[in-house]
Design a protein around this ligand. Sequence first.
Ligand code: NZQ
Ligand code: ZN
Length: 385
Amino acid sequence: MNNFSYFNPTTIHFGKGQIASLKDELANYSRILIVYGGGSIKRNGVYQQVMDALSQQQVFEFSGIEPNPHFETLIQATELAKQKEVELILAIGGGSVIDGCKFIAAAACYQSDAWQIMETGGACIEQALPLGCVLTLPATGSEMNKNGVITRAATQDKLSFGSDLVRPRFSILDPEVTNSLPAKQIANGVVDSFIHVLEQYLTYPVNAKVTDRFAEGLLLTIIEEGPLALQQPHNYEVRANLMWAATMALNGTVKNGVPTDWATHAIGHELTALYGLDHAQTLAIVLPALWRYKQQQKHAKLLQYAKRVWQLDDANEQQCVEQAITLTEQFFNAMGVASKLSDYQLDQSHIEAVIDKLTEHGMTALGEHKDISPEDVRKILELAL
Ligand code: NZQ
Ligand code: ZN
């Protein structure tokens, strides 16, 4: 097992009616900026619940954070936060709104060009406004981690940053608010959270038994509950289990003591920035192809995954591994997320730009062994055509 340091100070309020706990959480703040997306919170009653809980505070609003949040939009919200001298940012939404609010929280305290936050991966952040979250879409784990992913639309750059200073102070997870999600977003969340676990699990063995078995537990839960969320959209227990699984998938728990990959995410972010695919769609395309390309290096973990997660016991190890990759791809497809570039009208001619962007962003040595070069990415994407 590898060495690790683990820190996660975010308070979680989980369950029905928990939005009311905002009252206590925010008792010591008087000027609050609430930030949300395109308006789903107004249609499903979440906005009203939040406003009811904030009756004692002076509340300012910024709406219109788009999926894959744009730097250009966030800068406007940052100006509002500064102008109104707000004391706390309250994000109400999915990963895009929460990531956007992490950026706003840091940018509001940053004196120079705020894009430097992205260029330095968050290293230049020395101060940030406190952040709280009301999560409406279980997927990214942003509600309990220190990372954000921001897109500069003008240049098609989608970059990540991270800082302990932007970790949410608290996050409210009420599974009932996910009832209004369209099937496509439920599916995206299932695929994204599943792949978060896999990017931290499917590398090479280091005998980290606790972390491996936590990861396998999350994978089994997501396989069990994902399809049920589509079949029984109003099943609270299903929503609750998926919501907590998605948070646990990327809050540091399954990173402890193990190597991590993240090549699928790096490649996927470029596909979104260039061609506008949803985050989860890009991952469903890249992951199976990357596994096929790196099958030998990942053999031991693929076999463990085949046996423990898919219960495959074929004596032929090679067949077991291949079957596990196929079952994974079928799982994404069964959720309604297609897993080939051609499913999204992309072909060979779209690969070069991905390679160029990865190179421009210095992403030239990806994966747990840092041995995936841009040329390897080309071959991986060719396997996904
Ligand atoms: O904007 P509104 O109207 O709220 O609609 C949103 C949006 O259109 C809608 N939605 C959210 N909750 C809803 C709802 N609709 C009905 N009912 C609800 N309860 O869903 C749409 C998508 O929302 P978005 O926040 O974009 O989705 P997601 O949570 O999947 O976030 C994706 C973003 O997170 C980044 C991705 O790259 C992408 O930019 N990621 C962040 C990570 C992190 N911070 O750790 C890690 C991830 O790997 C990922 O990269
Ligand atoms: Zn993701």
